[in-house]
Design a binder for this molecule. Structure first.
Ligand code: ZN
Length: 532
């Protein structure tokens, strides 16, 4: 019991975000360790509408980032602007950013400057331009890095409010005070939680070099002009990922290729990865088999090499993962088969959570284990496989029934939300009414309609599958029972459970209507009983 308690405590402590190589190997009896041999970044930037960045670990997709054109972050751009006009009545000024674009600057955001027309001023975009609104800018500049935000001309040092652990806040506040300079302040972001001082210092150095570069260009360029632009999706991924070892970066766009080679040494503390420009005729993600892996990452079922499988279900509040032995029969006795399956599943679950970007609460239903030592082994494995997870995952014990609760930081929308929408036919439930059920709903409707008048025939529109099912199964019975002719028009674009009474009246009338439909509304088919 003591060992479990101490272990549980370990998992709730902040986990340092370091590269896997820096971890001391864990003593465990399992098979393969969670060490990653090779990491590649493959960026599909060819289409201006969408950028996709894949992180490949040991030949398999481990993370996917997608950015669409309209999500592209333009806030953060820094301009050397020229004041066009000052509007004292509303305490604001219009500044010219170049290319005929004006931006709005509140005098409150002008850092106490007494603005005059034609004056040159350094500004940063805080809100991008929308349809009828110009961009909003401030003269308070800030440059975000992986761990820190550099605030030029400031003197403050601070720590993100989202870091709540008192001890950690104190440590980081101390570091922030040390890292700030004579003419710049430092704010440590949430990502700095658990990071060591060296990594934080390196981040600040990088930002400072960037700032000095911007200052240099401010001096030599004339207003209005753009001095700095956010790195874009690929840049942000590189900024975060290059703190760990990456052996190759493959890009399919020439412009991005030039950007990457240009900023690499600034972003990369260690040995520089190889950068390749992909020029193949096969689309990049297809060539590397990434498209297939993306499709698989949206599936409910995940097969493991042993023949066992996982089933991943999403609910409003949590994600549920069910572990099944499937085709795995094991080599020895049942107890070992169960343990081996659970251990194998643990590794794959850690991978799936990263790949699918699943955050929040995750409940895993492992196969029941009777022996407490086995549950201990599983817990050990879980902690080990989550060590390399950047989005701090916490494991909370293994229950007697094999249930494990995990929490994982939710840092971005999951892959499902990014790539899919709910099904318009079933409303996302994955379920539609059975043909029997719809048939009976329709029959009750027909009875109601028939009860209201004495028409000879009626024409009903339904989905084609439902129409054909009713014709095969019920149509002649219904005609007899309700005492009238029933015609079914199969409407191809009708949703599954939709039906509509098209016409009712004398038989001749309805037949003329059907003739018309079959002539003019083909390929619409009208089903009827054999007697007609
Ligand atoms: Zn559906």
């Amino acid at each position: 019991m003591t060992s479990r308690r101490s272990r549980r405590k370990k998992t709730t402590a902040p986990r340092p975000e370091v590269s896997p190589e820096e971890h001391k190997p864990l003593e465990h009896t399992g098979t393969d360790a969670a060490e990653i041999q090779s990491r590649k970044i493959i960026a599909n930037c060819l289409e201006p509408e969408e950028t996709r960045v894949a992180i490949i670990e040991d030949g398999r997709l481990s993370e996917l980032y997608v950015e669409r054109m309209w999500e592209r972050q333009k806030a953060g751009e820094i301009y050397k602007a020229r004041v066009e006009s000052v509007l004292p009545g509303i305490h604001a000024a219009f500044v010219n950013l170049g290319d005929g674009r004006n931006a709005f600057l509140y005098l409150n955001d002008a850092g106490g400057l007494d603005l005059q027309p034609n004056q040159e001023i350094l500004v940063q975009v805080t809100k991008t331009a929308r349809k009828n609104k110009g961009a909003r800018v401030t003269s308070r500049i800030s440059l975000p890095g992986r761990y820190a935000v550099l605030v030029p001309h400031g003197r403050e040092s601070g720590v993100s409010k989202r870091i709540t652990d008192d001890h950690e806040r104190k440590r980081l506040k101390g570091i922030a005070r040390k890292l700030r300079g004579e003419d710049y302040g430092i704010i440590l972001r949430t990502a700095s939680e658990g990071a060591d001082e060296e990594a934080l210092a390196h981040d600040v150095e990088t930002l400072l070099a960037l700032w000095r570069d911007i200052e240099h260009h401010e001096k030599i360029q004339s207003a209005p002009c753009l001095l700095y632009r956010d790195l874009g999706l690929l840049g942000r991924v590189l900024r975060d990922e290059l703190t760990r070892s990456v052996c190759e970066i493959i890009v399919d766009g020439e412009e991005e290729y030039a950007n990457v080679t240009g900023c690499l040494s600034a972003l990369c503390p260690g040995p520089l990865p190889e950068v390749t420009l992909y020029r193949g005729t096969n689309p990049l993600f297809e060539f590397y088999g990434i498209e297939k892996e993306i499709d698989a990452a949206l599936e409910r079922k995940v097969w493991l090499p042993s023949g066992a499988y996982l089933v991943i279900d999403y609910t409003e509040a949590l994600t549920v993962i069910d572990v099944n032995t499937g085709k795995f029969v094991g080599k020895t006795d049942l107890r070992h088969t169960v343990l081996d399956t659970n251990l194998e599943a643990a590794g794959e679950i850690a991978r799936q959570l990263r790949l699918r970007a699943i955050g929040g609460i995750v409940v895993i239903d492992f196969i029941d284990m009777d022996h407490s030592e086995d549950r201990e082994k599983l817990l050990e494995r879980l902690e080990e496989v989550f060590l390399t997870d950047r989005y701090r995952a916490r494991v909370f014990g293994v229950s007697r029934l094999g249930l494990v609760e995990i929490t994982r930081k939710r840092a971005r929308p999951d892959i499902r939300t990014t790539l899919t929408r709910s099904c318009p036919f079933c409303g996302g439930t994955g379920m539609v009414y059975r043909e029997d059920t719809i048939s009976m709903t329709i029959k009750r409707f027909l009875r109601k309609v028939s009860g209201a008048n004495k028409s000879e025939a009626l024409l009903l529109e339904t989905n084609p599958v439902v129409a054909s099912y009713i014709r095969e199964t019920y149509l002649s019975l219904w005609e007899e029972e309700l005492g009238r002719r029933i015609f079914l028009a199969a409407v191809p674009d009708f949703p599954w459970s939709k039906y509509r009474l098209d016409a009712q009246g004398e038989l001749g009338q309805i037949e003329r209507r059907i003739e018309q439909i079959e002539k003019w509304e083909a390929p619409l088919v009208v089903y009827r009983t054999a007697s007609s």
